[in-house]
Ligand binder design. Structure first.
Ligand SMILES: O=C(O)CCC(=O)N[C@@H](CCC(=O)O)C(=O)O
Ligand SMILES: [Zn+2]
Length: 346
């Protein structure tokens, strides 16, 4: 298989529809001398020929961890085309992941199980299925990728998603809980703001998401990046993703793309409640079409199930990712409240 035959969306197409025909393990050279290695269906690793003078970054872009979140998949596939066709050069190491290929093929969030609840080893805590196997495989690729970074070099992971429902803040970031002495990074706020993102949600506890895995296990700057709304392939208004596309491109192709932002100008929330569905009869008590970040008065009943009532605890407490149909034991709703940051790392 030639490099050209992987361009113009073909790497993703072959990965989705005839993964067995991919020459996994094969390495190709790009025009600027960079190499691209096919690690597995939907996973490529790119290594620059000439390393950035300001310091090599080790960057993971993942998309399609949920199969129906297509805009990030289209952005990443176009980015790969730009690299293969020589429209952009590469200055940093890049691991590019198209996550749940079978779920993309049925236009669903997942086939058997939500892959974004299976990281940090959670994939091993239950009977095997394709999503558990893929989560384990992706962890192994990320581990091997970051193993080549020295202590001073930046490790970054943007796990790109789109949200199921409308949102009062169209683009937002879930920032994993930091329990290792690190603070949130001013440089990362600058980059994410350049992606067009105004709203940031600071997690209050560990999770089993992909971005938390990279952050907690590898001390990467890892984030779940919500860029817009779920739509079928081909139906995204790509003009709404232009800032993200441009920033993701510049980060890998410039020596040190480091836009700044005044964090006081951003909208910051912290997670106040993580409400997990415990029973079959779990009910949300607001409109089905209430957008993310709709806020409520203290005492408002937000959700209930036999034996439990979940209320807003503060005026202005807002809902994010409500979904009554998640598997028992999984997160059905987050509530968030406004916050500020006292301390930041560079
Ligand atoms: O819109 C929704 O309900 C879900 C969108 C989505 O997939 N969000 C991620 C967030 C992960 C995190 O909390 O870091 C997810 O639920 O997996
Ligand atoms: Zn998602």
């Amino acid at each position: 298989m030639t490099l050209e035959s992987l361009a113009n969306g073909q790497f993703l197409h072959i990965s989705r529809f005839s993964p067995e025909s991919l020459p996994c393990g094969e390495t190709y050279k790009l025009d600027d001398g960079a190499t691209i290695e096919l690690l597995a269906p939907g996973v490529v690793q790119l290594t620059p020929a000439k390393l950035a003078e300001s310091g090599l970054k080790h960057i993971v872009y993942s998309c399609g961890i949920h199969g129906n979140e297509t805009a990030p998949i289209e952005i990443c596939s176009d980015l790969l085309d730009d690299l293969i066709n020589g429209r952009i050069g590469l200055k940093h190491r890049l691991l590019l992941i198209f996550g749940n290929l079978p779920a993309m093929n049925i236009a669903k969030r997942f086939v058997e199980e939500n892959m974004n609840r299976l990281f940090s080893g959670e994939h091993a805590n239950g009977p095997s299925n394709p999503e558990r196997e893929r989560a384990a495989q992706l962890e192994a690729f990320v581990s091997a990728f970051y193993a080549k970074a020295s202590d001073e070099e930046e490790k970054i992971h943007y796990d790109l998603h789109t949200a199921i429902r409308e949102s009062k803040n169209e683009k937002f970031v879930v920032m994993p809980f930091l329990n290792d002495g690190r603070h949130h990074s001013a440089k990362q706020f600058g980059f994410l703001h350049a992606c067009g993102i105004q709203t940031y949600l600071l997690s209050s506890a560990p999770t089993t998401t992909f971005s938390y895995y990279s952050s907690a296990t590898h001390k990467a700057r890892g984030f779940t990046v919500e860029l817009g709304r779920v739509k079928p392939f081909g139906e995204n208004d790509m003009t709404r993703f232009e800032a993200a596309r441009e920033s993701l491109t510049r980060l890998i192709s410039e020596d040190d793309f480091a836009p700044a932002v005044d964090v006081n100008q951003l909208t910051l929330y912290k997670v106040n409640q993580v409400i997990n569905r415990q029973k079959d009869d779990f009910v949300l008590h607001f409109d089905d079409d209430a957008p993310n970040f709709s806020d409520f008065k203290a005492g408002t009943l937000l959700a209930s199930e036999p034996g439990a009532r979940y209320e807003a605890q503060q005026d202005g407490e807002a809902i994010v990712f409500p979904n009554a149909n998640v598997a028992i034991g999984q997160r059905a709703l987050l509530t968030v409240i406004p916050t500020t940051l006292e301390t930041m790392d560079v």
